[in-house]
Ligand binder design. Structure first.
Ligand code: SF4
Ligand code: SF4
Length: 310
């Protein structure tokens, strides 16, 4: 973590200066500067923080990272969301579409999972401060399909941006840029209104992430085989369920450890709450698959009844 932190400082701040003075892109320069702050200084703070302070530091990283992305969008009038990707496709500019969205929603998640959701989303930075708890459990039935509504609305917004409001690919390569910040600001306002209303209605900070976010819907599939994930040592698990109780995405962490199957399956945002709360250190975030002897035995014994634990 400290290596990432030092590298971020060495890369982001000099890059921010170059973009500001040579590229003349103020919003992008702010985003890079704030990323240095977030993934440089504050990540180091997280690494050294006491266990009971780590979530506070993670939120600081989430908030500064999210703020950087938001400033990039608003200052440079750039659409960074899934709507921006659809706009590029509608305008037939496949190259720029691959530039940003493929990296943040496909290639990046294949390696780092949903780390952006847990550590850098501008919607989540506000949602995580709402005093509404984490919901009583994962909703099923129609709620499984509501993210498709988010994707459909995102596509409709893309048609509006591209064909009516005259957004064009350009500026920073791979992004959609508009003539004015107002369409982008209106999009941000709609996202916030929907996310906050859903959180309040369902008493669940991450309700939007689970049931409506169009980006989250894509990430749910692309992050499933992610290299970076929460792994476990099943024979160190006492079954206390501390991990399951703190998970904001309502993942049955302890049950999955008992069954010896992958914890995330597209829902994990790598927030580390379960890892920090585990009293025996049975959970760890790692790039490697790590199944203990018990986990392997559970698999071999055919104990994997996914219906029971999903
Ligand atoms: S699911 Fe959507 S709103 Fe939630 S953290 Fe991920 S990108 Fe942000
Ligand atoms: S499984 Fe752990 S790291 Fe993943 S979302 Fe739940 S608490 Fe966070």
């Amino acid at each position: 973590m400290l290596v990432v932190s030092a590298t971020a400082l060495l890369v982001f701040w000099p890059l921010a200066a170059v973009v500001l003075f040579r590229g003349n892109a103020l919003g992008f320069a702010i985003a890079l500067f704030v990323s240095g702050l977030s993934q440089g200084l504050f990540l180091a703070g997280y690494a050294f923080a006491r266990a009971d302070r780590k979530q506070w530091w993670r939120w600081l990283i989430l908030a500064t990272g999210g703020l950087g992305i938001l400033m990039f969008s608003l200052v440079d009038a750039v659409n960074l969301d899934l709507d921006g990707f659809f706009e590029l496709l509608i305008l037939g500019t496949l190259g720029p579409a691959i530039g940003h969205t493929m990296v943040t929603t496909v290639v990046g998640p294949l390696i780092f999972g949903r780390i952006l959701c847990g550590w850098g989303c501008w919607r989540a930075m506000v949602l995580e401060r709402l005093p509404v708890g984490k919901g009583s459990g994962r909703r099923k039935g129609v709620w499984v399909w509501t993210p498709l509504v988010g994707v459909a609305v995102s596509f409709a917004a893309a048609v509006l941006f591209a064909l009516v409001l005259d957004f064009q690919p350009g500026g920073t390569p791979g992004y959609m840029r508009g003539n004015s910040i107002w369409p982008v600001a209106a999009g941000v306002a709609v996202y916030y209104a929907a996310a906050i209303a859903l959180a309040l209605a369902l008493h669940d900070q991450r309700a939007f992430c689970k049931y409506l976010c169009p980006t989250g819907f894509i990430l749910r599939w692309t992050s499933r085989p992610a290299l970076l994930h929460v792994s476990f040592q099943a024979d160190a698990c006492t079954g206390c369920e501390a991990c399951t109780k703190v998970c904001p995405m309502n993942i049955p962490v302890a049950a999955r450890v008992r069954m010896g199957i992958r914890i995330g399956k597209g829902d994990c945002i790598l927030c580390q709450r379960c890892v920090v709360s585990c009293p025996t250190g049975a959970l760890k975030t790692s790039l490697r698959k790590q199944l203990s002897a018990n986990g392997e035995r559970a698999k071999a014994g055919g104990l994997l009844d996914k219906q029971v634990i999903r």
